[in-house]
Design a protein around this ligand. Structure first.
Ligand SMILES: Cc1cc2nc3c(=O)[nH]c(=O)nc-3n(C[C@H](O)[C@H](O)[C@H](O)COP(=O)(O)OP(=O)(O)OC[C@H]3O[C@@H](n4cnc5c(N)ncnc54)[C@H](O)[C@@H]3O)c2cc1C
Length: 237
């Protein structure tokens, strides 16, 4: 159910030059009950902007968002000047981009801040007994764009049900990261396994352009559209 929330900003951390992590704690003993993958609507000057919840479902007294800040964005400008302790209003949770029960392995092909709902899905899923085997391919451009690498890789090292590949499209391969686009690297891995078995559920998230490109490449591999779920981070309006 969508509710109104008054929150307090408790953490604001630059992850890269233009991507920030914001943590909001709920006030008045409110609880946020949501399904991993859903988003919140941030209220600024009577308008709303959508941002996906990063934290897993079992955290209900606060939530984190990872937000790319734009020069001339309404929410971006508001968040840039927001200070720790400030009251911030939201509506939520909303959205239907959530994990579907499945007996198949799950492949996440995501770019940029599209990691936000996926991190919540992965962490939530791993707390459950029937968690599917999951493969995360996360695309960024440069080394400087990387965040969450340590925490994602540490989750993967403790869980045989998760693999993580961070794919940098504008860098050469390093020990920790792969070089290239997520869809190309996923295909390369399939080719290496020499398998035509594409019995996966795919979850795509990121900018509209990247989701559309990745969607087409997954379709081109022969995957039925019923096995592909996506969220496009369209800009408001
Ligand atoms: C379901 C959903 C979930 C989302 N979750 C997230 C999330 O977790 N993290 C996140 O960073 N974003 C997310 N987005 C995208 C975010 O809601 C938009 O980018 C939003 O418009 C930004 O608000 P703003 O007020 O800062 O900019 P606006 O005032 O909406 O836009 C003003 C200007 O900012 C620039 N701009 C804003 N957004 C974009 C964009 N996406 N691409 C290119 N230029 C842009 C343009 O110059 C635009 O003219 C999500 C979108 C959807 C639909």
């Amino acid at each position: 159910m969508i509710n109104d929330f008054v929150t307090k900003l408790v953490r604001k951390e630059a992850l890269t030059s233009n991507v920030y992590l914001f943590e909001f704690s709920l006030v008045d003993q409110q609880k946020l009950e949501f399904i991993a993958g859903q988003y919140m609507l941030l209220k600024v000057d009577g308008q709303y902007r959508q941002f996906s919840i990063v934290t897993p479902e079992n955290i209900t007294d606060r939530f984190e968002l990872v937000i790319e800040l734009y020069e001339d964005g309404l929410a971006s400008n508001f968040l840039k000047t927001c200070n720790i302790g400030d009251a911030v209003e939201f509506k939520g949770p909303a959205g239907v981009f959530t994990l579907h029960p499945t007996s198949r392995e799950v492949v996440f092909l995501v770019t940029g801040t599209g990691i936000a709902p996926i991190k919540s899905m992965i962490e939530t899923s791993l707390t459950k007994e029937n968690s599917p085997i999951m493969h995360l391919y996360w695309g960024l451009r440069h080394l400087d764009d990387v965040y969450f690498a340590k925490s994602l890789m540490s989750i993967a090292s403790q869980n045989s049900r998760l693999t993580v590949d961070i794919c940098l499209s504008q860098e050469t391969e390093t020990h920790d990261f792969r070089s290239g686009r997520v869809n190309a690297i996923f295909k390369e891995d399939m080719d290496k396994k020499n398998t035509l078995d594409l019995n996966f559920d795919f979850y795509l998230c990121g900018s509209p352009r990247s989701v559309e490109g990745i969607y087409q490449s997954v379709i081109d591999l022969g995957v039925p559209s019923a096995q592909i779920f996506f969220e496009k981070f369209v800009k408001h309006g």
